[in-house]
Design a protein around this ligand. Structure first.
Ligand code: M6R
Length: 603
C-alpha cells in the first residue's frame, strides 16, 4: 500500500526520491508525488495520477534540492487523483506531509478543530497537515504541534513532515504502519521498506509505534510518547540490490516462480543439518508440543498455505489445527482451547488484518510464532518467535515463492514437532531429502513453461470465468490457483471442493467453461475424476493436472511423484504459470494488478 521515502543532506534529493518510489512500486499505488527543497530556499511540489513514470515526466530539471519527501498513494479515502495525491500542504503552505495508513477519527477532528476550513481534497490525511498548522498557530513549535496532532489522532499512520521555515529537519512518526530510518554519512533517509533506500545505505533503525523521530542530516533523535530520548542500535539489512532487480526477466512474477527450486534448497540449508535432522529453535518445538491446538492466522495466499500447513501439522504431530482468516478472527474470535498456540503466516510481516489478531493474542498472553519473509517486520517483532521463509524479496503482487516457502517451512516445523513427539509418520519422513526432490521437480515443471503457455492459449484466451477443483490438499491448491488466476488476469476464477460442485456450483457450468482438476491424492483421485466427468457432460472444457502415478494419457499436465504430504509444493507450480501466461496473453501488467497492493497495511 502507500509508500514513503525521504532524504535529508544530499544534493540529488529528487533523483533519490524518485528512485526510492520506483523501488516501492511493488506495494501497489495509483498516484505519486514528491516535495523537494533546500537549494536557495526554492521548493517544489510535483504530484501525478498514475505511475512513477508519469510523475517523472512532470519533473522539470530545476526541481532540485537537498531535502525532500515522496509518496505513492493507494487510495482509501477519496478517489485516485492528483488532488488527493500526497504530499499534502497546509493552508498557509508552510507544512508539507505524507502519510501511510488510515486516520479513523478525521471527521471528528475536523469538527472539533477545523470547522469552516476549506480542504483541498477528500483524503483523511489532509486533516493532519491542517492540524499541525492549527496547533502551530497557537504558538507551539513545529515539534510540539506535531506531537499534539499525534496525540489526538486515532488510527494507523507513518508520517513524514517538513516545515518550510526549517527545512533542515524532517519529523517522522509511526503507529501500526511500517517506517524505517536509514543512516548515512552526513545524510539520512526515510523509507517504508529498506529496499527503497538500499542504493544509499544498508544501515537502518527501526521506529516503534508511538515514537517520534527528528531527522537531520547529521543525526536522528528518537523520542517515546512521554518525550524521553530513546537510544536504539541500527541493524544491517541483509539484502542485496541484485535481489530486488528483475535482471533479464520481463516480470518479477516469472523470476519469482523460477526462484522456487533455489528457495527450497535455502530452506533445507537453513533448517536441517548434514544428517537431515531439523534445526528449529527448541523453545518453539517444546511450546507447540505442549499445546492442545494450533491456530493458523493469515490472509490471501498465506491463508491458502495455512490449509496445507494444517494437513502437514495434523498428520505429523497429531495436534488439531484450525485455520482462520485474520480479518474474521479478530472480530469474531472462536472459543479457544485451553492451551492454544498461534502461528501467523505473512510474507510481508506487515499485514494489518493479521497484526490486529496478534495484538489481541498478545493481550491475552497467548504464545505465538510468525512465519515471514521479512526479518524485523512488525509481525516478526511482536510475536514470541519467528521463522524466516528465506524466499528472498518477493516483489510481484501475486505471491508465488512465499506460498511454497511457507509450506516447506511448515513441513520442517511439523517434522520437528512430530519427531519430538516420536510420531511414526514424522520419524519416517526424511524432510531434507524430500525437499531436495521437490526442488528438482519444480525445476523440471518450470522448464516446460512454454508448453503451459500454449495450453493457456487453448483454454483461457477468451473465457470470462474458470474453475479449479480438487479434494483435500488438491482443494487447498485449487483455492490458491484460483486466487492467482483471478487477481492478475481478472478471469473470474474459483477454487472448489470437487465433491461440493453437485450441491450448487455445477449450475454455473456452460458450454466451454474451463475446469481445472488437480489430482495428486490416491484416496480421492477416482472421485475427482468422477466430478470432472460430471462437468464435462455439461459442456466443461476440462484440464487435468495429475501426479504421474495417478495420471491418464489425456491429462494435460503430468507431474513426477513426490512424497504424498508435499504434493502441493509441485502441483501449485503449473497453476502459477497458468495465471502468469493468461495475464500476459491478455496484455495486463503481471506484477501490478489493478486495485491490489503487495503489503496490505490497512484493516
Ligand atoms: O504479506 P501477507 O502474506 O500477510 O499478505 C497476505 C495477502 O495480502 C497476500 O497473500 C495476497 O493475497 C497476495 N496478493 C496473493 O497473491
Amino acid at each position: 500500500m502507500c509508500g514513503i521515502v525521504g532524504i535529508i543532506g544530499k544534493n540529488n534529493a529528487t533523483e533519490i526520491l524518485v528512485q526510492g518510489l520506483e523501488k516501492l512500486e511493488y506495494r501497489g499505488y495509483d498516484s505519486a508525488g514528491i516535495f523537494v527543497t533546500g537549494n536557495d530556499n526554492q521548493d517544489y511540489l510535483v504530484k501525478s495520477l498514475g505511475r512513477i513514470a508519469d510523475l517523472q515526466s512532470q519533473i522539470s530539471p530545476e526541481v532540485q534540492g537537498t531535502v525532500g519527501i515522496g509518496h505513492t498513494r493507494w487510495a482509501t479515502h477519496g478517489k485516485p487523483s492528483e488532488r488527493n495525491a500526497h504530499p499534502h500542504t497546509s493552508s498557509n503552505q508552510r507544512f508539507i506531509l505524507v502519510h501511510n495508513g488510515v486516520i479513523e477519527n478525521f471527521e471528528e477532528l475536523k469538527q472539533e478543530f477545523l470547522q469552516g476550513k476549506q480542504l483541498n481534497g477528500e483524503t483523511d490525511t489532509e486533516i493532519v497537515v491542517h492540524l499541525v498548522e492549527h496547533f502551530a498557530a497557537e504558538g507551539l513549535s513545529t515539534k510540539e504541534a506535531f506531537k499534539k496532532t499525534l496525540a489526538v489522532i486515532n488510527g494507523s499512520y507513518a508520517f513524514a513532515l517538513i516545515d518550510k521555515r526549517d527545512a533542515e529537519t524532517i519529523y517522522v512518526a509511526k503507529n501500526k504502519s511500517p517506517l524505517l530510518i536509514g543512516l548515512g554519512e552526513d545524510f539520512n533517509v526515510i523509507c517504508s521498506d529498506a529496499m527503497a533506500m538500499l542504493s544509499e545505505t544498508n544501515h537502518f533503525v527501526e521506529i516503534a509505534d508511538g515514537e517520534m523521530v527528528t531527522v537531520k542530516a547529521d543525526g536522528i533523535t528518537i523520542e517515546d510518547p512521554k518525550g524521553n530520548t530513546v537510544y536504539r542500535e541500527s541493524y544491517e539489512a541483509q539484502l542485496d540490490l541484485s535481489d530486488i532487480e528483475k535482471g533479464t526477466y520481463p516480470y518479477y512474477m516469472l523470476k519469482e516462480i523460477d526462484d522456487q527450486p533455489t528457495v527450497m534448497r535455502r530452506i533445507i540449508q537453513a533448517y536441517t543439518n548434514s544428517q537431515g535432522d531439523t534445526i528449529i529453535n527448541n523453545e518453539i518445538v517444546e511450546q507447540i508440543t505442549a499445546s492442545d491446538r494450533i491456530y493458523i492466522i493469515a490472509c490471501g495466499t498465506s491463508y491458502n498455505a495455512g490449509w496445507v500447513g494444517k494437513t502437514l501439522l495434523e498428520r505429523m504431530t497429531n495436534i488439531p489445527v484450525e485455520v482462520h482468516l485474520s480479518s474474521e478472527f479478530g472480530y469474531n474470535m472462536p472459543l479457544l482451547s485451553e492451551k492454544p498456540f498461534f502461528i501467523f503466516l505473512s510474507q510481508s510481516g506487515e499485514t494489518a488484518d493479521s497484526r490486529q489478531v496478534l495484538v489481541q493474542t498478545n493481550e491475552l498472553g497467548l504464545p505465538s510464532l510468525t512465519l515471514t519473509n521479512v526479518s524485523g517486520s512488525t509481525l516478526s517483532r511482536e510475536a514470541d518467535y519467528t521463522l524466516l521463509l528465506h524466499a528472498g524479496p518477493e516483489i510481484a503482487v501475486a505471491s508465488t515463492k512465499a506460498y511454497t516457502a511457507q509450506i516447506a517451512v511448515l513441513a520442517v516445523l511439523a517434522k520437528a514437532i512430530g519427531d519430538n513427539k516420536k510420531n511414526p509418520v514424522s520419524l519416517d519422513f526424511d524432510i531434507a531429502h524430500e525437499l531436495s526432490v521437490i526442488a528438482a521437480i519444480m525445476a523440471t515443471i518450470i522448464d516446460e513453461k512454454m508448453v503451459i503457455s500454449q495450453l493457456v492459449e487453448d483454454y483461457l484466451s477468451d473465457t470470462r470465468n474458470a474453475f479449479y477443483i480438487g479434494r483435500g490438499v488438491d482443494y487447498y491448491v485449487s483455492m490458491e490457483a484460483a486466487l492467482k488466476l483471478k487477481e492478475i488476469s481478472y478471469i473470474q476464477a474459483e477454487g472448489f471442493a470437487a465433491g461440493e460442485l453437485k450441491h450448487g456450483t455445477i449450475a454455473l457450468i456452460e458450454e466451454g467453461t474451463p475446469v481445472f482438476g488437480v489430482i495428486t491424492d490416491k484416496k480421492t483421485a477416482a472421485h475427482t475424476r468422477g466430478n470432472l466427468k460430471e462437468v464435462e457432460s455439461r459442456g466443461a472444457h476440462n484440464f487435468v493436472i495429475a501426479l504421474a502415478s495417478l495420471a491418464k494419457e489425456t491429462d494435460q499436465i503430468v507431474i513426477p511423484d513426490v512424497h504424498p504430504l508435499l504434493t502441493p509444493l509441485v502441483s501449485v507450480v503449473p497453476t502459477q504459470l497458468i495465471a502468469y501466461f493468461a495475464t500476459l496473453q491478455r496484455g495486463y501488467d503481471v506484477d501490478k494488478p489493478r486495485n491490489l497492493a503487495k503489503s496490505v497495511t490497512v484493516e
